[in-house]
Structures are given as structure tokens and as C-alpha cells.
Design a protein around this ligand. Structure first.
Ligand code: NAD
Length: 463
């Protein structure tokens, strides 16, 4: 494993104390300050644009174009949204009119939660760390960032830049792996936002239970992708293959497996193969449009799943862990209990599973853990409706894949094993906000209305 930088454990209490003091000073609460922090975050990304792209290439062999629109543009879009709307989002809200409560002026105040801990994954190291940072700053918190130790270049870059753009009592970075995270989660926080695997989420949840810290979990899983007999098969093949292979399959929203209706299976597979040839000219290892797996160990794990499949590999299949390379691979006739269906593959391997009809596809998806997204490719509005209404997931996308986390104004998050809570835009603002109830009760109400509440509870007070 590549060496990575770790913050000394003994520095962590001082870093947390500084952020607590920063929050307690009250300086992060005014909207003006929040907007300044959001601007600083935008400058941090824009001033160092090329360095961010280079770090992604170093860690993940990420093509610049892909990194640009999948991470930088999406993150900047969300910062922009928060900057434009924070004043509106943070405004007090009046409770709906009630004659009983009207004179106490019932109001919901939007207050920051305190010091927020954001723990990021390796695969989208900008989006999954800095998007929640934007939301937490918009909500008026101070923030501690813990980037993934696996994306080492990105972790180093963020640790270098944060002190240049933020005051040390507003945003800080702790680098490192398990020891650092273990130490961090011993403390109570205003909120913890964790993006990563369900396995580690359980560890975080246990620790958060001890301190009663609220948590948001952005996790992964296997996203089912249904291809109906009335789908535009060329479009479906192009979008699905792109979505499966973007970032070499290391995307939580990737279409992990396709449930294709048998009557169009052969035609769909032919379209997939044509698309494959057009994307990579049948040599993805030499392609400048294809990323690498984060570590040789991760590549070996994917290689092992592939070596045990009972399905038929019809494209790709090459595995070279030493060079962190797994070819974009298509496997057809994958049985439901296959190695490729046993866990989140998190690599560029697309499994094709034929089904007799849409009902069978829905039943297949529903028999498994609730995913982040369900994808349905069809031109038939009744099929769309049926899939939307009869499946459960954090999102449902018709005739496209992967892109919805960037859609301004929509919540992005999971359900069940794919997580809970949201970290984008207004939804993220709400995540990091305490909705505080406020009543202001005038004394004269006791004389006119509230007098029966005081003892003695004499009979004349019962109505
Ligand atoms: P991971 O769970 O291995 O690591 C994520 C973070 O947890 C890292 O910062 C790491 O240092 C820390 N960590 C690891 N082991 C730990 C332990 N034992 N105790 C405490 N902390 C620990 O996840 P990953 O491999 O970096 O990311 C891949 C996973 O994240 C996939 O499952 C993917 O689907 C999911 N993901 C979800 C989203 C989303 O928004 N829903 C986005 C990206 C990735």
C-alpha cells in the first residue's frame, strides 16, 4: 500500500478545541461570514483547478475531462447554489397559523449544529468531502475534514490548501487512516457526515451512539438497472456502459447489474459490444478515457470476484493488479447467486441478468438490499410508473445513470443499507442545521387564556 501522511494523534484534541472555540465565538453564524466561507471554498477549487485534476490523475488515473465534469463542476455548482440561497434557507420560518398559539409567535430558527466532522471516501474525494463542507459552512458550522488516506495525493493537496483559504478555527483537516478516524469518533460532534462502505459505517454508528452524535451515511451497494423491451437499446447501451466504467466503476451510483427483458437481450448485448468498441477501440488499457483502480489490493479483490463468476465474459476480462488495471468487462448470463452479485463490485464489471418481464425485474431488485438508485430504461410510460411505484431506493432515474447527484435542488442519499440523510444543496444545509423551536409568550395570556393551567385545578376550570 502507498505511504500516506497522518496527522499525529496527539494533535487531534487541540484541532478540535480550536474548532469548538471558533464555533463558540459566534463568528460563523452571520450570513455574511457564511457566504465569505463559500466564496473561499470556490476560490480554493478554482485557483488550484489543475492541481485538483492532477491529484485525481495521480490517485485514480482519472481522465481530466471526466474529473472536470464529474467532480469539479458538480462541486462548484453546489457551492454556487448554497452561496445564492443561504440567506433564504437560513431565514426563520413562522409556524402555520393557529389561533391558539398566534400570540406566542411560534417560529422555527435555523441554527448551526456546532463542529461538524466530515469523513470522505477515496473514489470521489472532492465531491464527497467538499460538497458536504459547502453545506456545513452554509449552515454556519465549523468543520473538521478527514479525507481518505487511499487517495493520497488528494488528501495532501486538501491538507495543504485548507489552511491557506480558511482560518484555523473554522476549517481544519486531519489526515490518516483507521487510528485517526477511531480517535476522532470518540468525541461528540455537532454532526458526523460519513461517506464510504456500510462495513465502516457500522463502526462509526457504534461510536456515534456512545456520544449521541447525529450522523449522515452516504453508502454504497448494488444499483439495479432495468432494460425494458420498449427501451431505446442504443441509448441504453451507451449510457449504461459509460456509467459502469466511469472512474473504472468506482462510483457509488454506478449501474452494477442489468436486468434485461429476454425478448431484447441479444439486441441489447450487440449494442453494448458496439458501444464498447467505439469507446475504447477494443484496447482500454491504452485508452486515455479510462481510470485505474485505487490500489493493487482493490484490483485483486475485483479480479477474484471475476475469476469465480459462472457467467460468460463477452468483453474485457483482463486483470492486472500490479498496474491497478481491470479492463472494462461485460459478463452475461450471471446467475443471481454469482460471485459478482455477492457484494458491491466497485469496478468496471457489468453483469447482465436476463429476466422474463418487468415484474420479475422488480421482484429481483426488491429481494436485495435497498440501493442508492434504481435505473429504468424504457419509452413506455406505464413501465416507468410501475418501476417508480414498486421499487425503493434513494433515487430513481429514467433513461439515464449516475448523473443525478449533480442535479441542483434534488436530495442525494440512500435508504437502508445505502445510507440515510443527504449532503447536497438545501438538503445538506438542513442536515447540518438545528431546527430550533421558539415561542415568546406574553404575560397577559395568563389572564385571558392560560389561567386554567395553574393549580388549584378547581372544577370550574374543566370545560
Ligand atoms: P471506506 O469505508 O473504506 O473508507 C471511507 C473512510 O472511512 C476513509 O476516510 C477511511 O479512512 C475511513 N475508515 C476506513 N476503515 C475504517 C475503520 N475501520 N474505522 C474507522 N474509519 C475507517 O470506503 P471507501 O473504500 O473509501 O469508499 C468506497 C465506498 O464508499 C463504496 O461502498 C461506495 O459505494 C461508497 N461511496 C458512497 C457514496 C455516496 O455518496 N453514497 C459516494 C462515494 C462512495
Amino acid at each position: 500500500m502507498t505511504a500516506f501522511t497522518s496527522t499525529p494523534l496527539e494533535d487531534i484534541p487541540e484541532i478540535r478545541d480550536a474548532l469548538l472555540k471558533g464555533f463558540d465565538s459566534g463568528k460563523t453564524k452571520p450570513i455574511k461570514h457564511r457566504k465569505e466561507q463559500l466564496l473561499q471554498l470556490a476560490y480554493l477549487l478554482k485557483d488550484n483547478y489543475q492541481r485538483f485534476l492532477d491529484a485525481l490523475t495521480k490517485d485514480l488515473g482519472r481522465p481530466a475531462l471526466e474529473a472536470d465534469f464529474m467532480e469539479m463542476t458538480s462541486t462548484l455548482g453546489d457551492i454556487h447554489d448554497s452561496y445564492n440561497n443561504v440567506g433564504k434557507w437560513a431565514k426563520d420560518e413562522k409556524a402555520p397559523f393557529s389561533a391558539l398559539w398566534y400570540f406566542m409567535n411560534p417560529t422555527v430558527r435555523k441554527e448551526p449544529k456546532g463542529v461538524v466532522l466530515i469523513i470522505g471516501p477515496f473514489n470521489f474525494p472532492i465531491l464527497c468531502l467538499l460538497m458536504p463542507l459547502a453545506c456545513a459552512l452554509a449552515a454556519g458550522n465549523t468543520v473538521l475534514l478527514k479525507p481518505s488516506e487511499l487517495s493520497t495525493a488528494m488528501s495532501d493537496l486538501i491538507a495543504e490548501l485548507v489552511p491557506k483559504y480558511f482560518e484555523p478555527d473554522v476549517v481544519r483537516v486531519v489526515q490518516g487512516g483507521i487510528p485517526q478516524t477511531t480517535k476522532l469518533i470518540e468525541y461528540p460532534w455537532g454532526h458526523i457526515c460519513y461517506t464510504g462502505s456500510p462495513r465502516v459505517a457500522r463502526i462509526i454508528a457504534h461510536a456515534a451512539a456512545n456520544t449521541l452524535t447525529p450522523v449522515t451515511f452516504e453508502l454504497g451497494g448494488k444499483n439495479p438497472t432495468i432494460v425494458d423491451a420498449k427501451a431505446d437499446l442504443k441509448l441504453a447501451a451507451r449510457r449504461i456502459l459509460w456509467g459502469r466504467d466511469v472512474n473504472a466503476g468506482q462510483a457509488c451510483t454506478a449501474p452494477e447489474y442489468v436486468l434485461v427483458v429476454r425478448s431484447v437481450e441479444e439486441e441489447f448485448i450487440k449494442e453494448l459490444q458496439n458501444t464498447y468498441a467505439s469507446f475504447y477501440e477494443n484496447d482500454p488499457s491504452g485508452s486515455k478515457s479510462f481510470s485505474r483502480i485505487i490500489t493493487p489490493e482493490h484490483a485483486s479483490r475485483i479480479g477474484n470476484l471475476l475469476s469465480e463468476t459462472k457467467g460468460k465474459v463477452i468483453a474485457g476480462g483482463e486483470v492486472d493488479p500490479e498496474h491497478k488495471y481491470i479492463a472494462p468487462t461485460i459478463v452475461r448470463d450471471v446467475p443471481p447467486d454469482d460471485s459478482l452479485m455477492s457484494e458491491e463490485v466497485f469496478g468496471p464489471v457489468l453483469s447482465i441478468i436476463p429476466v422474463n418481464n418487468i415484474d420479475e425485474a422488480i421482484a429481483f431488485a426488491n429481494a436485495r438490499d435497498q440501493p442508492l438508485c434504481v435505473y429504468i430504461f424504457t419509452q413506455d410510460k406505464n413501465v416507468k410508473k410501475k418501476v417508480i411505484e414498486n421499487t425503493r431506493s434513494g433515487a430513481v432515474v429514467v433513461n439515464d445513470v449516475v448523473i443525478h447527484p449533480a442535479a441542483t435542488g434534488l436530495p442525494f442519499g440512500g435508504t437502508g443499507l445505502s445510507g440515510y440523510g443527504s449532503m447536497t444543496g438545501k438538503w445538506g444545509f438542513n442536515t447540518f442545521t438545528l431546527f430550533r423551536a421558539l415561542l415568546d409568550s406574553p404575560g397577559w395570556l395568563d389572564t385571558l387564556v392560560l389561567w386554567p393551567r395553574f393549580p388549584p385545578y378547581t372544577d370550574d376550570k374543566y370545560r
